[in-house]
Design a protein around this ligand. Structure first.
Ligand code: BMA
Length: 304
């Protein structure tokens, strides 16, 4: 099973007319609401600082973007950028997971190992004005977080990533996160043998939470694969195929700012089709699709 690239891919490229998005645009969030695709994308200008732009589309392929970024760094902890948005709609509001990239330094309270990244959450009512909520954890190397689109057992659930694995954490208020647990680890010898992290928010299906995640091997090639988690207890892994569903092969996936990267950060389901949006070689945004029923059946059949 492989996803099919949309023939118009890459669907969004850097814009040389706006300095803040002139160099690279990649790793987007996409939500589908009221017949429109909304995208929040990571953009780098010639200063290499990441900001987040907004685009809207009727078909998910042709996009109209705003001229100014909608979310920009604030303070020392974000001095080098706000990266990799992943957006979840829940209870009429939008929650954006993003990585704050600050200056290198030791955590002020714990004195823990140098960490310049913080997995953050922000909230919006309209996808354009955002308010910061706070971090999932602090003072450690942690990113690749994404909020589940429903509460489980009354609590919010987030993915996060403690290298090299995918972790879960739970919260009553999106501020205090507890019960951190490793759920998926790299598989030495396979495409995801070195390091893995979550893609977009997981997809609820009757069979379980379908997870699209990225991983890389000793050759540092980023691919995308799937896993299935129990609906009632997402700490339980029900299936995880050995093969990936997408790997770099197009010239714009092989060559860019970072070579050999397909890095999915959004997987909305629209009329029964999974739309995987991904950063390609950290330079442009690709789109690959497949019927949800096919991805699910393949994940269950080959992943048990
Ligand atoms: C990861 C993240 C992503 C990036 C990817 C490939 O560690 O930092 O932002 O797209 O590497 O370079």
């Amino acid at each position: 099973m492989r996803l099919t690239r949309h023939p118009a891919s890459p669907v969004l490229r850097p814009n040389p007319f706006n300095d803040w998005e002139a160099l690279n645009i990649f790793n987007p969030a996409v939500v589908f609401e009221d017949d429109l695709f909304h995208m929040l994308y990571r953009a780098q200008g010639t200063d290499y600082v990441s900001r987040i732009g907004y685009a809207v589309s009727r078909d998910g392929v042709r996009w109209n973007r705003l001229q100014e970024p909608v979310f920009v760094p604030s303070g020392e902890a974000e001095a080098r950028g706000v990266e990799d948005p992943r957006v979840t709609a829940l209870g009429g509001r939008y929650y954006m997971a993003y990585t704050a990239y600050g200056r290198q330094g030791r955590h002020p309270d714990t004195g823990a190992a140098p960490s310049a990244v913080t997995p953050m959450y922000a909230v919006s009512n309209n996808l354009i004005s955002w308010e910061r909520i706070g971090p999932v954890v602090e003072g450690e190397d942690n990113k690749d977080h994404a909020l589940f689109p429903e509460r489980v057992g009354g609590r919010y659930v987030t993915f996060h990533r403690r290298p090299p694995s995918i972790w879960l954490a739970f919260s009553h208020d999106l501020r205090a996160w507890t019960d951190h647990e490793e759920i998926l680890a790299p598989r030495p010898g396979l495409w995801d043998g070195k390091r893995i992290g979550a893609g977009g928010p997981p997809i609820p299906t009757p069979a379980g939470w379908l997870v699209l995640y990225h991983g890389y091997d000793e050759h540092h090639i980023y691919r995308m694969g799937t896993a299935l988690l129990s609906l009632e207890d997402p700490r339980r892994v029900l299936a995880r195929p050995a093969a990936p569903i997408l790997e770099p092969s197009e010239p714009w996936e092989v060559k860019g700012d970072v070579p050999n990267v397909v890095f999915g950060t959004a997987n909305p389901v629209v009329h029964g089709v999974v739309y995987l949006y991904y950063g390609a070689a950290d330079r442009v945004i690709g789109l690959a699709t497949a019927p949800l029923s096919d991805v699910l059946a393949w994940t269950i059949e080959t992943g048990r």
